[in-house]
Design a protein around this ligand. Structure first.
Ligand SMILES: [Cu+2]
Length: 220
């Protein structure tokens, strides 16, 4: 059993090498909540631009959506995109070299283990308080009303997308149905709230180490 505890999850960042003129690996598979990091080792100007309308990102020297510049750029740029929802295949291209076959895809799997927190007008965040192990993932689901999930310390803000994940989305409170996976990689307590002024509901996630769980604290 202990082997399981120590093998559970880690901060998952998947590297893709950008060269003249291809992506390596071109097709990768990740879990929802993971991050893909592209780095340009080539001399040509490259970028990464999604062609899937539900996962819009365009990055090179940063991503368009997060104030960066997704125009093709030369040697040395690094861009990261975090994927919060499963999808069988999210295709992307390098815009100047798509005609040369410079294409790739990200397949996002449902995590094998995760906790669920729902939010609604009537019940607020449920469970209101949750303790998880470092690197665990939480699936937040809005079941009714207009809400988002905003960390009190402003470290994250998500709804139909998360701020700063590189993907075009809505992180302010919204009545649009949404759900997202978030991985918690930092230890500590993370109180959060909905920004809806009519339903200012709150919750908290406690992130602890494997060791604390192994010592039996979870039974309390
Ligand atoms: Cu290119």
């Amino acid at each position: 059993m202990l082997v399981f505890w120590f093998n559970m999850g880690s901060a998952e960042v998947h590297d893709v090498v950008v060269q003249d003129n291809n992506f390596t690996p071109a097709n990768i598979s990740i879990q929802a909540g993971d991050t893909v990091r592209w780095e340009n080792f080539g001399n040509n100007n490259h970028n990464v631009a999604s062609t899937d309308l539900s996962f819009l990102f365009r990055c090179a020297d940063g991503c368009d959506d997060t104030g960066g510049d997704g125009n093709p750029a030369g040697l040395g740029w690094v861009s990261e995109v975090t994927f919060h929802l499963p999808d069988s295949s999210i295709p992307y291209v390098c815009e100047p070299h798509v005609g040369f076959g410079m294409t790739g895809s990200v397949s996002v799997q449902t995590p094998s283990e995760f906790q669920i927190v729902t939010v609604s007008d009537s019940d607020g965040f449920e469970p209101q308080e949750l303790t998880i192990v470092q690197h665990d993932r939480v699936l937040f689901i809005k079941t009714n009303g207009a809400h988002n999930v905003h960390a009190d310390d402003d470290s994250f803000r998500c709804a139909n997308g998360c701020r700063d994940d590189g993907i075009e989305g809505e992180d302010e409170f919204t009545g649009f149905p949404w759900q997202f996976f978030k991985q918690f990689n930092e230890l500590g307590s993370f109180p959060y709230h909905s920004d809806n002024p009519d339903f200012p509901v709150t919750g908290v996630i406690h992130v602890v180490t494997d060791t604390i769980f192994a010592n039996g604290f979870e039974s309390f």
